[in-house]
Design a protein around this ligand. Structure first.
Ligand code: CTP
Ligand code: MG
Length: 239
């Protein structure tokens, strides 16, 4: 038995875009960004189900999107105030279910941001197989900028050697039991301020995490200019 399912956190408000609509619901060609991301997973036959985690007020609009674009593998659940809380809600949908039928617990779960629409099947397979072997896996990219530490007075403290570090991206893959246990054991502080699922898995489940360099198309829509870039990629791919 080797089932693979997906959790798509989409409960953020997208403050950095400066737009009133959360970026995952911005539409291109009359279709919301999140629907393009979901479609990629829908089309992959070895992916069984997709849990989409949204804010309370987006529940009904999301259910409408699911219906309108015929996303048959999707279950919509309510997220939390931080990304980690949202992801944990998504993971819980596989074992306890307040709404609708319970989903079978997968062997491997892929966590992917709803706002990274251009992930491809080949890379998802790499992440999935590495997670199955190692317990956890994640996408990395070379750093664009040098990372520096600053003093509280705003002076340079030290800089990191750029070639030794990588940017952590999405998707990440986990044995379901590994990531679920990590979230069960982690602290309120982790839920509030942690940013890295792989880190939680390492710290609280003692797994190893295989890092795989991904294509530049894994980039995350963060600012308004990223929405414009996503739109032009989508238009190009459809023309
Ligand atoms: N996310 C979530 N629940 C939260 C916060 C974020 O599910 N409480 C999701 C976002 O919807 C997004 C992904 O996590 O798909 C990556 O987060 P980010 O890019 O930071 O999105 P936002 O938090 O929405 O944007 P911002 O930080 O600019 O407000
Ligand atoms: Mg955020």
């Amino acid at each position: 038995d080797f089932t693979v399912s997906v959790v798509l956190p989409a409960a953020g408000s997208g403050e950095r875009t400066g737009l009133p609509t959360p970026k995952q619901f911005c539409t291109f060609l009359n279709r919301p960004l999140i629907s393009f991301t979901i479609e990629t997973f829908e089309r992959i036959p070895w992916i069984k189900s997709i849990v989409v985690v949204v804010a309370k007020e987006s529940r009904d609009p999301m259910l409408q999107i699911v219906q309108q674009f015929c996303h048959t593998k999707v279950k919509v659940v309510e997220g939390g105030t931080t990304r980690h809380r949202s992801i944990f809600s998504g993971l819980q949908a596989f074992i306890e279910s307040s709404e609708g039928p319970e989903l079978p617990k997968p062997k491997v779960v892929i966590i992917h941001d709803a706002v990274r629409p251009f992930v491809d099947e080949e890379f998802l397979l790499k992440i999935t197989l590495a997670a199955k072997e190692q317990g956890a896996s994640g996408a990395i990219r070379p750093l664009v900028s040098t990372v520096i530490a600053t003093t509280s007075e705003g002076f340079l403290d030290h800089s990191l050697e750029r070639t030794k570090y990588r940017a952590s991206e999405m998707p990440q893959g986990f044995l379901y039991d590994v990531i679920y246990q990590a979230y069960q054991r982690c602290s309120e502080f982790d839920f509030e301020f942690g940013t890295e699922c792989l880190h939680l898995a390492l710290q609280y489940s003692g797994t190893s995490a295989k890092l795989i360099e991904g294509p530049p198309t894994l980039w995350k829509v963060t600012y308004k200019r990223d929405l414009a870039a996503a739109e032009s990629i989508i238009k190009e791919s459809l023309s």
